[in-house]
Design a protein around this ligand. Structure first.
Ligand code: DPP
Ligand code: ZN
Length: 878
């Protein structure tokens, strides 16, 4: 495939003024008539042709200003339409007809059918699968869309914007016309047609306009959209309050679709969702699912301003909308839930997904400089590190100037296809800060290391803190200049309060309130006038996405784990201690009997879990040990997944045994006594009880408590919490098998719940899980056509089952590779995404490394591999 480069950007030769489309939906095919109103851009040579993108298209007819074109004037292939001898000046109308087959579209890009419903996914380059078009985000136009379909099959006809007309047609057909007055790029185009139910509500904006809201679902499921609707209204109100952003159309619709490549899509006025992020109630969904729906609903809604009103000039600027919108949804969740717990969850996610990406062969900067397949750049780096970069801007500027900068961005660029430079310039203008060095965060790939050392001078009563940053060049080959690191800190006294101290900075850094802004490779800050040695709490709230190397004694870290008034760092003090201990232990050989965790660390963890002054959700986070993949990542090389599993599991047993009495108390009657409410506080109580149950069963080796909770559960969180313990800790045992059978029978009819059943079995940490996934893939309810199902079997196994995927005989690798090869012919995007699991191959011990290498080589040599999968495989091998 061809490489697209950021530096090659230039505007189109023709300006698009408007789009008028008619989609005639029939069983088996759809006829699309597109009228593009175009004009040659000033300064473009008169003989320059018009070149439009296509993908697997067949042109049925072509006319300009009502006149059919002679074949000599155009050239059409499935991928391109070139038209010559076009008017030198003035507007002209290009009319195109294409015939497409949504029923055969298994890539789920463009127009396709899911359970009979017609729906679209156009980001990034799906629109060109519907009609020939200048399919790039800097081509903006108003759209008018007419949909025609058989009324009995598709009573509901939706598109972007406002509905302006509808009516009957002969032969039982009908039509609807939608008008979107806002200029938009083609990737935000959407059409949905089908026999759908809906939940309706309305929202009155701050200026008093009433917006009709609809959440559309498959028949009979509208009641399960109630929480999504609630989250939507809260998102709309929050964006007004926090960012002064009001909704702009008369309607806002969300549609839940069963077969969907992404989580959801922010099409203007018509968000299309993976139904996993819409449909729930307490019987079918866990608290994690509730939080997921809330976040994704908010995220897509927030895109209306950060993405839609202001979009991206080109796909290299993807983080302009995604990083910013993730930051916004994180802030929303922090406000709606527990801020510290939300931050812990975001940082865990960043470290689990983005850090390994940034340190491996698929490394790329937050704004990539080139790509072969843009679908492969919807990554943790663009999204999550992109959000961290925005968060650092907010930290550097402070809340007031950050808001000023955002206001200016909306004011200056409303209606634009903008760039990162445009975005950053707004914060410079708002604050007077020079952010040119800061902008390196967008250009330099890799995770910087921040080293911190301290020296207490008892004579002078001075504490000296030395900061150093370094960055090594990785696969992306980008620069390694020092970056701007905002390091939030506190000097904690023995009473658990932050001390105030006069500070003196030497080296390239400055101090802004409680933030050290490190700009050079190193700097020293001296704090004077202290009565005794403080505990240094550094990188509070994870104020910069770095790897922290802080030379601090175990005693000091345990003290911070008990005292730090910054709760995020209180959590991190223990989490880091545990992660390091597990990593050290995992480097010792398999079967080494030494306990991984010292008694003092276990006691500290148990004290934290039992501290009733802390929110239950926080205590549950404290009990969540670093996962096997976190330990593997920290080891960096020579990883033996069996040893990692042994170490992490032994730690669970040790903690469970020592805290057994407490865990029995905390796990007793998780939900039996209270009516279900999905709010964050109640969810926190359930999380704590379920964490306690897991430790209890680890300690006793007895499944009875889990079986009892499974049976008595009155909500899915408790039922699945118990089932997860049975399916993983007691895999293969009678208690586990019968609970899994029961679960299947209970929820057989609901694919969303069935996904949980598939995923739990695919992630059971035993060698036999390879045979299990083989069996699951042959299960009548398994299908390669449904991305969720594929993700819950193949994806969960490859990314979430360290033991079985890495089985020493290589059977796990072979099975995944085989499945990916066949999946690639159906849905390349999903195949490529799952294949990224192989990128860590270099970090394993020699025998597994060789097998992984060989598997990747075999994959790379398959003939006719998609551009998506080929790109991932080739880059992973580098
Ligand atoms: N649907 C994806 C998201 O919202 C891509 N825009 O992040
Ligand atoms: Zn997004």
């Amino acid at each position: 495939g061809q490489i697209v480069k950021l530096t090659d950007y230039r505007p189109t030769d023709f300006v698009l003024r408007g789009v008028d489309m008619t989609l005639k939906l029939f069983e088996g095919h759809t006829d699309v008539v597109t009228i593009l109103s175009l004009e040659r851009r000033e300064g473009v040579p008169a003989d320059a042709p018009l070149s439009l993108d296509g993908d697997e298209l067949i042109l049925a007819s072509i006319a300009i200003d009502g006149e059919t074109l002679a074949p000599a004037r155009y050239e059409a292939t499935p991928e391109r339409l070139v038209v010559r001898q076009l008017p030198e000046t003035g507007n002209f109308e290009l009319r195109l007809e294409t015939r497409i087959a949504p029923e055969e579209n298994t890539k789920l890009m463009g127009l396709y059918r899911s359970n009979g419903i017609w729906c679209t996914q156009c980001e990034a380059e799906g629109f060109r699968r519907i009609t020939y078009f200048p399919d790039r985000p800097d081509v903006l136009a108003p759209y008018r869309v007419r949909i025609e379909a058989e009324k009995a099959v598709a009573p509901v006809l939706l598109s972007n914007g406002n509905p302006i007309e509808s009516g009957e047609l002969p032969e039982g057909r009908h039509y609807a016309v939608w008008d979107d007055p806002f200029n938009k790029p083609s990737y935000l185009f959407a059409v949905v047609a089908g026999d759908l139910d809906a939940l309706h509500d309305s929202f009155v904006t701050t200026s008093g306009r009433t917006v009709s809201l609809g959440v559309y679902t498959e028949k009979g499921r509208a009641p399960q959209a109630a929480y999504a609707m609630d989250a939507l209204k809260r998102s709309m109100a929050w964006d007004e309050r926090r960012f002064g952003r009001e909704y702009d159309l008369d309607v806002f619709n969300v549609v839940a679709i069963a077969d969907f490549n992404m989580g959801a899509m922010e099409n203007k006025g018509l968000n299309v969702f993976n139904h996993k992020y819409v449909l729930l109630d307490q019987d079918i969904a866990t608290d994690t699912d509730y939080a997921g729906v809330e976040t994704v609903i908010a995220h897509e809604y927030f895109h209306n301003w950060t993405g839609n009103r202001i979009t991206c000039r080109d796909w290299f600027q993807l983080c302009l909308k995604e990083g910013l919108t993730v930051y916004r949804d994180q802030e929303f969740s922090a406000d709606e839930r527990e801020p510290t717990v939300q931050r812990i969850a975001s940082v865990r996610r960043l470290k689990a997904h983005q850090f390994p990406e940034d340190q491996g062969p698929l490394q790329h900067p937050v704004r990539p400089g080139e790509y072969r397949e843009i679908n492969n750049f919807y990554t943790a780096t663009v999204y999550d590190k992109g959000a961290e970069v925005v968060r650092m801007i907010a930290t550097l500027l402070g809340a007031a100037d950050f808001r000023k900068g955002m206001d200016l961005y909306f004011e200056r660029h409303d209606g634009d296809a903008a760039t990162i430079e445009d975005f950053v310039a707004c914060f410079e203008a708002a604050s007077g800060l020079d952010l040119s060095q800061f902008a390196l965060w967008y250009a330099q790939a890799g995770t910087p290391t921040l080293s911190v050392t301290e020296r207490w001078d008892p004579e002078e009563r001075r504490h000296t803190v030395k900061l150093r940053q370094s960055l090594t060049q990785g696969a992306a080959g980008t620069g390694t200049e020092p970056m701007v690191l905002p390091v939030r800190f506190g000097l904690v006294g023995g009473n658990g309060e932050d001390r105030q101290a006069a500070a003196e900075v030497s080296g390239e850094a400055r101090l802004k309130d409680d933030v050290i802004v490190l700009t050079g490779r190193e700097a020293t800050i001296t704090f004077g006038g202290l009565s005794d040695r403080p505990y240094l709490s550094v990188l509070r709230d994870f104020s910069a996405p770095v790897m922290l190397e802080h030379e601090q004694s175990e005693a000091e870290r345990l003290a911070l784990g008990r005292l730090d008034p910054n709760l995020f760092n209180r959590w991190r003090a223990l989490d880091d201690l545990i992660a390091e201990a597990l990593t050290t232990a995992a480097r010792r050989p398999l079967g080494d009997g030494e306990p991984a965790l010292k008694a003092a660390i276990v006691d500290a963890l148990l004290a934290s879990a039992d501290d009733e002054d802390l929110a239950p959700a926080f205590r549950a986070q404290a009990l969540t040990l670093p996962g096997e993949s976190d330990v593997a990542r920290q080891m960096r090389e020579n990883v033996d997944p069996d040893r990692v599993h042994e170490v992490v599991d032994a730690a669970r047993v040790t903690i469970g045994a020592k805290g057994l009495a407490m865990f029995e108390r905390l796990s007793a009657g998780a939900s039996a006594t209270e009516a279900f409410s999905p709010d964050a506080e109640s969810a926190g109580r359930r999380a704590l009880a379920n964490a306690a149950l897991a430790y209890r069963c680890a300690a006793t080796g007895d499944p009875d408590a889990a079986v009892a909770q499974y049976r008595a559960a009155s909500n899915m969180t408790d039922r699945l919490g118990a089932l997860a313990i049975l399916a993983h800790r007691f895999a293969g045992e009678a208690a586990s098998e019968s609970a899994l059978d029961d679960f299947f029978r209970r929820y057989e009819r609901d694919d969303l719940v069935l996904d949980k059943w598939f995923a739990l079995q695919a992630t059971a940490p035993t060698y036999t899980a390879v045979e299990t996934v083989e069996r699951l893939a042959n299960h009548p309810r398994f299908t390669m056509r449904n991305p969720n199902r594929v993700r819950t079997v193949l994806g969960s196994f490859a990314a979430g089952n360290q033991v079985a995927f890495h089985r020493p005989d290589g059977a796990g690798y072979r099975w995944v590779a085989e499945k990916l090869a066949s999946l690639d012919r159906i849905n390349p995007q999903i195949a490529a995404r799952i294949a990224t699991t192989f990128r860590a191959w270099r970090s394993f011990e020699p025998a597994r490394r060789a097998k992984l290498d060989e598997t990747l080589r075999q994959l790379s040599e398959i003939k006719g591999l998609s551009k998506d999968l080929q790109d991932i495989v080739d880059r992973s091998r580098k």
